[in-house]
Design a binder for this molecule. Structure first.
Ligand SMILES: O=c1ccn([C@@H]2O[C@H](COP(=O)(O)O)[C@@H](O)[C@H]2O)c(=O)[nH]1
Length: 274
């Protein structure tokens, strides 16, 4: 199924714009999981099973798996999500960016090895570096636009001259993706919840294009402001990510229940402003 079709269905059927981020940090795991060779998989599958009905997608962050030589656990986790929670899109947060020949390998890794439904990609090496992902028309390609970190302004806020006039670099990325790169209707953009004014600006530039919005929860982004700036006419258009605030809500054997409670509160807080 096309990523966008699955995402729209999840928005409607789950009544949720919440994306739970899967950033497993073994140092923060409950004591009973410490030291197990499959701790990352066990931790993540319990979070997934406890929250799947509350989310529009899951977003595993590849760094947290690769750092612990746990790519095999990432493969097993995505397989688990597809088998147990069909219709829940998996966004692989990898922020890849490289020359075309290498990007082809990254695309194979994301879509064929890990079976992700979408991937985050860094657009700053240009169109040929993104083409290998766009060559999978059913898969989502989510381009960094206005990231949630403070240093995102260092480059993304630079004024650039374009054929459509002078604008900030992140605005040029938004327009380029929406107008030129989205021929298969499979593109989306990353815009941080920590910058609601820029969410509004991007929404004005890209129409209904979906936005992946990290930055609520641990990074302190404002849910009300995010919704006001980024929701579409029908009250969707957003995948609002929270990772650490959900994953580490509890410290004990009941960590997954604690995660569910926070995920439910977050989904409801989001829905209050749709
Ligand atoms: O601009 C960006 C792009 C990606 N991220 C990723 O989202 C999560 C955020 O985690 P929290 O614990 O909810 O802060 C993490 O995987 C980042 O790599 C981002 O934060 N900002």
């Amino acid at each position: 199924m096309h990523f966008m079709t699955a995402l729209r269905a999840a928005w409607q059927q789950r009544d949720s714009l919440l994306c739970v981020g899967l950033d497993p940090d073994p140092a923060r795991f409950p004591a009973h999981l410490q030291g197990r060779s499959d701790a990352i998989l066990r931790f993540c599958t319990q979070i997934v099973d406890a929250t799947a009905d509350l989310v529009c997608c899951f977003k595993p962050q590849i760094a947290y798996f690769a750092a612990h030589r746990a790519e095999d656990q990432l493969e097993a986790l995505v397989e688990h999500i597809h088998a147990r929670h069909p219709g829940t899109p998996v966004v692989l947060d990898a922020k890849r960016g490289d020359i075309g020949s290498t990007a082809e390998q990254y695309a194979i890794e994301a879509f064929e090895r890990f079976k992700a439904d979408a991937i985050t990609v860094n657009p700053y090496m240009g169109r040929d570096s993104v083409d290998p992902y766009l060559a999978y028309p059913d898969k989502g390609v989510i381009l960094l636009c206005r990231t949630s970190n403070p240093g995102g302004s260092d480059l993304q806020f630079l004024e650039v001259d374009t054929s459509k006039g002078r604008m900030k670099l992140y605005e040029h990325v938004a327009r380029t993706v929406a107008e030129d790169w989205n021929a298969s209707g499979n593109c989306a953009l990353v815009v941080g919840a920590t910058f609601p004014a820029e969410i509004a600006r991007v929404r004005a530039l890209v129409g209904e294009l979906p936005l992946l919005v990290p930055g609520i929860g641990a990074q302190g982004g404002d849910i009300a402001a995010t919704l006001a700036a980024g929701r579409t006419e029908n009250g969707t258009g957003l995948m609002i990510n929270s990772s650490r605030a959900v994953l580490y809500a509890g410290k004990g054997e009941d960590f997954a229940e604690a995660a569910r409670r926070v995920a439910e509160e977050t989904r409801d807080a989001i829905n209050a402003y749709r």
